[in-house]
Ligand binder design. Structure first.
Ligand SMILES: Nc1ncnc2c1ncn2[C@@H]1O[C@H](COP(=O)(O)OP(=O)(O)OP(=O)(O)O)[C@@H](O)[C@H]1O
Ligand SMILES: [Mg+2]
Length: 333
């Protein structure tokens, strides 16, 4: 086929949402470039084509998504589909945590190779650790790298509905997940553990939670599932053993805190007497989300003051304000 015929083929297959025809035309185009010894272009195109993990994992991207499942009673959506473009480099974690995440992605990408040895990639991952340490952010970064959207499970909508509906709601959610390749996020997962142990609750909730765990055990498909919690102590062993991997998030050390301050203060120039290493030293116990909040507050002080340089005072005031807020939170005021 000529150059223009191939391009036309690509357009037509896009229009008719025919994934197979699209892939065929795209591959033919790459082969054509290779024959013409345009090796760099061919490699680049190949990379772009196969980067979309979902295509190589057999998901039909062009078929429109099935409708979002909703609570029968109130019509609330039971999940949300979210798209992210987060830079993995912006995620600052302990080396051990980051390499665990990278390993999960490598196994996911190489699922076909593992299968030839009768092995499976890790698919159910529990993320635990203090608030604001990057659990949710990590899932967003992984979604960005793998080019697979996040299915964010709305536990509130599933569980708060009329109890008789809950089991049906869960089935709808799992049916949806099993019909595609997704990064699934069960955020604030402790709600499951909490309800399971709550003796004041009606026995039916316990039944629903057990039902959920069974569905989790038997889930089919290629999706990568993450559950995140900052109350891991609430989860009992029966829940823990459902997961192929557990990744714990630590508070950042001094060097990481310094990098976090630098990263989040980057939008403005900094005054010479603004001492970031001092701020990093004094912020022991703060999470990356706390540091981000302080940095944003400091930046805003300079901006609303129409200054293009951040002063030492901007940062100091933001830290004082943050500490005050923490004291209020702990009831020390
Ligand atoms: N490790 C990190 N590196 C860089 N930025 C981070 C990191 N952790 C958190 N942040 C920033 O803080 C924001 C909030 O973090 P995130 O929602 O991921 O925390 P979390 O661990 O899920 O907390 P929670 O347990 O309260 O849900 C992120 O969107 C990001 O901007
Ligand atoms: Mg979170």
């Amino acid at each position: 086929m000529t150059h223009s015929e191939l391009i036309k083929q690509l357009f037509l297959s896009f229009h008719s949402k025919d994934d197979d025809a699209f892939m065929q035309a795209a591959r033919a185009y790459i082969e054509r470039e290779k024959r013409k010894k345009h090796t760099i272009v061919a490699k680049d195109l190949e990379k772009a084509l196969y980067q979309t993990g979902s295509v190589s994992r057999g998901q039909k991207r062009f078929k429109s998504n099935p409708p979002i499942p909703r609570d029968t009673e109130k019509g609330f959506p039971l999940l949300e589909i979210q798209h992210f473009d987060v830079d993995f480099e912006a995620l600052l974690l302990a080396e051990r945590t980051k390499s665990q995440l990278e390993r999960i992605m490598l196994e996911f990408k190489d699922a076909d190779v593992l299968a030839t040895y009768n092995l499976e990639p890790k698919k159910k991952i529990l993320l635990c650790g203090k608030p604001g340490t990057g659990k949710t952010f990590s899932v967003q970064a992984i979604s960005s790298i793998l080019h697979i959207p996040v299915v964010y499970i709305r536990f509130d909508a599933i569980i708060s509905s009329y109890l008789g509906e809950t089991a049906g709601n869960l089935r709808k959610v799992f049916d949806f997940i099993e019909n595609g390749t997704w990064i699934v996020l069960f955020d604030e997962f402790d709600i499951i553990g909490k309800n399971r142990d709550d003796h004041h609750e009606h026995g039916e909730i316990k039944r629903v939670v057990n039902n959920f765990l069974q569905m989790l055990d038997n889930i089919k498909g290629d999706s990568l599932l993450f559950a995140a919690t900052n109350h891991q102590n609430i989860l009992d062993t029966a829940i823990w053993r459902r997961f192929d991997a557990v990744i714990d998030y630590e508070l950042p050390d001094e060097a990481t805190r310094q990098t976090l301050f630098e990263h989040y203060l980057k939008p403005l120039k900094r005054d010479k007497n603004l001492n970031i290493s001092q701020a990093a030293k004094q912020s022991n116990g703060l999470s990356p989300a706390d540091i981000k909040m302080i940095a944003i507050e400091a930046l805003k002080s300079a901006i609303i003051d129409h200054r293009d340089t951040l002063s030492a005072d901007d940062l100091e005031s933001a830290i004082v304000q943050f500490n005050r807020r923490e004291q209020v939170k702990r009831g020390n005021v």
